[in-house]
Structure formats: structure tokens, C-alpha cells
Design a protein around this ligand. Structure first.
Ligand code: NAD
Length: 416
């Protein structure tokens, strides 16, 4: 099944904002195209001695404001169109957050669950060597994404370091904390989601201590998002879900206990202190805030009308389709877009890179407060743009980001 072009959809979002802000057509053409797209085909010796050839990608969409930044995913469906779209979104995410970065993304077309640990290590090291001709601590700094983790980042860092002849901690982020990683990285995206949920409630005049919240997806983003919303905003997390289904408790869950249960049982649905609900039902609950933190396209034309939440904070990338976006805007639902709401992760990745380059590491409290301040500034910048143009928050976030990248491009000029 061939899905609709993700890059095409991403460009549609860009075009809407570019038209609204009257961006010069020539400049729009420069900004919507990727700067570089590298395809690598490389052999890996499997454990039984036979050789397999894999396909990998690294795309640098834009580097006008600084080095490219973005994760590397391992997935059987990974393709150039998807990686181009993800790199494109990273350009706008780093610009919304005002980070001195551009956007990039990479991936290998592989099902990592079918590889042994040794095969995974050889695959990772060879791929990283292949893309080394375009990456570097001042050129392009990869990070984890779907199916890659701190262990893979340690192999990447070691491979690059062996090739250049010295340890280069700043070549990737998301490394183990005791090997040039940053404290606070694991919770960072969830913490950013919490900040956005709190500010969205404030904007709507909702008292967070009396608010109810539903969280779709209970992985890295959903788990930490739910925990911090309950602990630090005092809201009731009344529903959560994972790929096996959802659970509901109008009194609110003890999220810490629920995390423990998920770790032991592998799912939230068997948690005894809640009633089972279907994934679709969770999205349509009468709650103040909905946090989709699972997959793309969760909120679409078919269910947008049934959404009763007053605000949606997009923990996931691309959980709302453009058709649903319009319906929600008409209904007056405040949608905090992914390029802002889930930018906590890339922001702490930026802190990790800064710490690596300085070889000086920060305390957890310092990281948390710097992240919260930057998330708050970005949220307020997007709100100001939203009011100025009378548009939804997603379009406003794009306008703000495009304006920043366009400024850098005009100031730098077109080389030569
Ligand atoms: P993850 O794999 O840790 O968690 C995903 C969760 O979603 C799992 O609990 C899974 O069971 C659940 N899920 C899958 N299908 C579902 C369904 N149909 N209904 C309900 N739940 C379902 O992944 P993650 O790192 O938490 O990422 C989630 C999303 O957030 C992705 O879109 C990712 O690109 C985005 N994101 C993640 C980060 C990060 O730092 N981890 C940063 C920015 C954006």
C-alpha cells in the first residue's frame, strides 16, 4: 500500500503559511527544497556469514541558521519521501524554538527486530561511516528516533570518533548520560508537552487543578507527559491508552503507579483501577485537554467533529490531518502543533550538544528550568503571531519559523 506523499503534505502546510505572510516566491522555492539528500547502499555481514545490502538515507533540509539537526530511524517502511518530510519539519521545529540549528533526518530501511545485537551494531557502524561525508559536530548532528536509542548513539559516536582519530562527543545527541549525554533528556519531550498543556489551559481560562486530561499513547512522550501534567499542573489524568487499548477513571489515575504497571505487564489495559475503553473512545472523551502521543493521523476528518476536548497538545508528530485541523479551528478547539508541543526533546538535545562542546555538564535543575523557559518563550511567540494573523496555532508556528529562516537566508545572501 503506497501512502500519500508525506513530503507533499508537509509542503502544503508550508505553502499555506508562506502565502499568508507574502513570502517572496523565489525565497519560498529555496526554503521548501532540501539542501542535500544522500542515499547509501551498504553491505553488512550477518551472523551466519552471508552479506545483506541495506539502504540508508540522510537528508539535510536547511542549514541557514546552523547545523542540521534531527534523528535517525530504523523501520522497514523508511523511504526518501518520509525522511525528506521529517527533515523539513525539523527545520521549522528548531526555528520555532529559536535554536541555532537547521533541520535534518535520516533512516535505514530495516526491521531491527529481526537482527541480532551484533548485526544491529555492524549495521549502525557501517551506516554511520557511509554518511560521515556530510555529518559532523558543526555540520549535522543526528539523534535517536523510532527504534534507535542511547546504545545506538554510543555506537555512532564511537564509529565517528574512530574514523577521525579522537573522541567527538558532539557528533550525536541522545547518548547515555554517563557518556556525554544530558540529564533530563528522557523526560524532555513530556516536560515540553506539560508546559504547553499548562499554557494552553491558561489561555483558555481553565484552572489546571480542576482540569481533566486524556493521553493517547503511553511511550516516552505520553508517559512523561501524563506524569508531569498530574504532578506539576495538578490536573486529573482520566484516560490513557497504548496499542492494546485504553483505560478510563473519572477520579484520575495515580500515574506513577500506572507507569509501574505498564513496565511489569507491558500494557496499561490490565491496570485494575480503571474501566477499559477503545482507543477511538479516548479521543472523543469530554475532557479539557487531549494529548495525542502515539502515531500520525489519529485525528482525522472522520472523528474531528466528535472531539470534545477544549485543547489538543500534539505530543506525536503529525497526529492531526489538515482536514481535521480546519474542522477543529471552526469548532474553536485550540490545537498546540507538534512543531512546538513536542520540541522539548530537540531542545534538550541542543543542551546536550552545548555541554559536549564545552565539556562541562549541567545539573538537572538547570536543564529543567532552561527548557521550561524556552518552551514558554516559544509558546508566547506563537500566540502573538496567531493573534496578529488571526489564524490557528499551527499556521502561526509556521509563519514564525519561516520568518526566522527567511531572515537568515536574506541576511546571508545567496552564495556566491
Ligand atoms: P514510543 O514508541 O515510546 O511510544 C508510542 C506509544 O504509542 C506506545 O505506548 C504505543 O503502545 C502507543 N500506541 C501505538 N499505537 C497506538 C494506538 N493506535 N492507540 C494508542 N496508543 C498507541 O514513542 P515516543 O517516543 O513516545 O513517540 C511518540 C510520538 O511522539 C511519535 O510520533 C514521535 O515521532 C513523537 N516524538 C517523540 C519524541 C521523543 O523525544 N521521544 C520527540 C518528538 C516527537
Amino acid at each position: 500500500m503506497q501512502a500519500k506523499s508525506l513530503y507533499g503534505m508537509a509542503v502544503e502546510q508550508f505553502n499555506k503559511a508562506a502565502e499568508l505572510m507574502d513570502l517572496e516566491p523565489d525565497l519560498a522555492e529555496v526554503l521548501r527544497r532540501p539542501k542535500r539528500a544522500l542515499i547509501v547502499e551498504f553491505p553488512v555481514m550477518m551472523d551466519d556469514g552471508h552479506i545483506e545490502v541495506f539502504t540508508g538515507y540522510r537528508v539535510q533540509h536547511n542549514v541557514a541558521r546552523g547545523p542540521a539537526k534531527g534523528g535517525i530511524r530504523y523501520h522497514p517502511d523508511t523511504n526518501l519521501d518520509e525522511v525528506k518530510a521529517l527533515a523539513f519539519w525539523m527545520t521549522w521545529k528548531t526555528a520555532v524554538m529559536n535554536l541555532p540549528y537547521g533541520g535534518g533526518k535520516g533512516g535505514i530501511r530495516v526491521d531491527p527486530k529481526k537482527l541480532s545485537k551484533r548485526e544491529l551494531e555492524r549495521l549502525s557502524r557501517r551506516y554511520f561511516s557511509e554518511i560521515q561525508i556530510i555529518i559532523g559536530p558543526h555540520n549535522d548532528i543526528p539523534a535517536p528516533d523510532v527504534n534507535t536509542n542511547p546504545d545506538v548513539m554510543a555506537w555512532f559516536m564511537d564509529t565517528y570518533s574512530m574514523n577521525v582519530g579522537h573522541t567527538a562527543l558532539g557528533i550525536v545527541t541522545g547518548k547515555p548520560v554517563d557518556l556525554g549525554g544530558s540529564k533530563g533528556r528522557e523526560e524532555a519531550t513530556g516536560r515540553g508537552v506539560k508546559v504547553c498543556a499548562g499554557l494552553a489551559m491558561e489561555a483558555l481560562g481553565i484552572d489546571s487543578k480542576k482540569a481533566t486530561v486524556a493521553v493517547q499513547g503511553f511511550g516516552n512522550v505520553g508517559r512523561f507527559g501524563a506524569l508531569l501534567i498530574a504532578q506539576e499542573l495538578g490536573s486529573k489524568v482520566v484516560a490513557v491508552s497504548d496499542s492494546k487499548g485504553g483505560i478510563y477513571n473519572p477520579e484520575g489515575f495515580d500515574v506513577e503507579d500506572l507507569i509501574k504497571h505498564k513496565k511489569e505487564a507491558g500494557t496499561v489495559v490490565t491496570y485494575p483501577k480503571g474501566e477499559r475503553i477503545a482507543n477511538e473512545e479516548l479521543l472523543e472523551l469530554d475532557v479539557d485537554v487531549l494529548v495525542p502521543s502515539a502515531l500520525e493521523n489519529a485525528i482525522h476528518e472522520g472523528n474531528a467533529d466528535k472531539i470534545r476536548a477544549k485543547a489538543i497538545v500534539e505530543g506525536a508528530n503529525g497526529p492531526t490531518t489538515p482536514e481535521a485541523d480546519e474542522l477543529l479551528f471552526k469548532k474553536g478547539v485550540l490545537v498546540v502543533p507538534d512543531i512546538l508541543a513536542n520540541a522539548g526533546g530537540v531542545t534538550v538535545s541542543y543542551f546536550e550538544w552545548v555541554q559536549d562542546l564545552q565539556a562541562f555538564f549541567w545539573k538537572l535543575e538547570q536543564i529543567r528550568s532552561a527548557l521550561e523557559e524556552m518552551m514558554t518563550d516559544a509558546f508566547n511567540d506563537v500566540m502573538k503571531t496567531k493573534e496578529k494573523y488571526g489564524v490557528d496555532m499551527r499556521t502561526a508556528a509556521y509563519v514564525l519559523a519561516i520568518d526566522r529562516v527567511a531572515y537568515a537566508t536574506r541576511k546571508r545572501g545567496i552564495y556566491p
